[in-house]
Design a protein around this ligand. Structure first.
Ligand code: BJW
Ligand code: ZN
Length: 293
């Protein structure tokens, strides 16, 4: 059985040279973002997993866009929680507890989440760092610091020319405005059927746009880099994920196979956690700040 000894965890962290964290929906649960499986996994009467697929989008782009519009609006107003901040602080050696980890230990956060809350937390911590050291020319976070392997709710990707752009508009297009209320009053309002030419469009060619996220059966662009980092890492923190979706779920296995250690932070038991070296059961917004603080 994995250990729940926090002192032993801290000693392992202290002696680690390359730390990787694989995060999932549980990381953002305390920020009010629903998870995929379990209680949070229903949107209107649909299973969230059945809408996050290319075939769902092909057969009903209006419904899938309403699902993503609802989530974009939620994520736009959500704030990072204590777990996001604990990870963001750990990513900057300046803010690390030096007793816990050496300044030259590298840290990469691989998130499956598309809400950009880890990015938000990192940005805040980086600007705090710049203020503290008084050096406005401090470089931006290196690309290995944060990998959003399943994309972002705030990317719009073209179904034809593949053009991708960032879009933080609220709403993303006029026809989606207010459709989030249908979710709140599911029984009283019918689902709007929005014509394709009123859904988000590519700015480059005018074709139908789609959310810039990775659906089942699609390749996650940063997986090669993720696997390289995993193979080089000697400690893997698995935070708030059911560990059911590959290739992300393979990260801890890769670290283990290369002789590294694994610590799981989850409110509940999750896939493969019996093989971890450490298991901290509880809300990660409570356990992570203790573990990394
Ligand atoms: C808390 C908490 C708190 C709650 N504190 N904890 C190998 C074996 C079998 C199948 C496959 C395989 N390799 C590939 C596959 C197929 C497939 C797959 O994995 N299927 C499995 C389901 C069996 N994978 C793919 O299709 C991937 N693509 C691929 O492999 O392409 C190959 C290819 C190569 C080259 C060319 C072409 C193709 C793509 C997977 C994409 C997943 N996409 C989604 C949607 C993203 C967009 C969106 O957000 O809408 O990603 S699905 C969904 O699941 C989403 C999530 O990121 C992902 C993972 O979910 P997550 O984060 O773990 O959430 P939950 O809800 O499952 O769990 C939450 C956890 O938090 C729970 O454990 C709670 O207990 C916990 N929790 N509160 C701590 N406060
Ligand atoms: Zn286009």
């Amino acid at each position: 059985m994995p250990s729940d000894d926090m002192d032993a965890f801290k000693k392992t962290l202290q002696s680690s040279k390359r730390v990787i964290c694989l995060a999932g929906a549980g990381l953002s649960a305390a920020s009010g973002i629903p998870t995929f499986r379990g209680d949070g996994g229903m949107w209107r009467k649909y299973d969230a997993m059945s809408l996050a697929t290319p075939s769902a989008f092909r057969s009903n782009p209006s419904r899938v866009w309403q699902f993503y519009h609802y989530r974009r609006e939620k994520a736009l107003t959500a704030q990072p929680n204590a777990a996001h901040y604990a990870l963001a602080m750990f990513s900057i050696p300046h803010f690390r507890n030096s007793v816990m980890s050496s300044p030259d230990t590298t840290f990469s956060l691989v998130t499956q989440n598309v809400d950009e809350l880890s990015r938000k937390a990192l940005r805040e911590i980086h600007s705090k760092y710049k203020e503290q050291i008084g050096n406005p020319s401090q470089p931006e976070p290196p690309p290995r610091e944060l990998l959003e392997i399943h994309g972002s709710l705030f990317k719009l990707s073209c179904t034809e020319c593949k053009h991708v752009e960032k879009n933080y508009n609220s709403p993303i297009c006029p026809s989606l405005k207010g459709t989030e209320d249908v979710y709140e009053k599911a029984s009283s309002k019918p689902e709007p059927d929005i014509p394709i030419d009123e859904l988000p469009q590519c700015k480059a060619c005018g074709a139908l746009g789609r959310p810039g996220v990775v659906w089942f059966g699609e390749a996650a662009p940063s997986v090669i880099l993720m696997n390289i980092i995993a193979r080089e890492s000697d400690f893997c923190l698995v935070v708030g994920t059911s560990s059911k979706v590959y290739p992300a779920a393979g990260v801890a296995e890769k670290v283990k196979a290369a002789g590294g250690k694994v610590a799981v932070f989850n409110i509940d038991r999750s896939e493969g956690d019996e093989d971890a070296d450490f298991l901290f059961l509880g809300p990660c917004e409570e356990t992570l700040p203790i573990a990394l603080g």
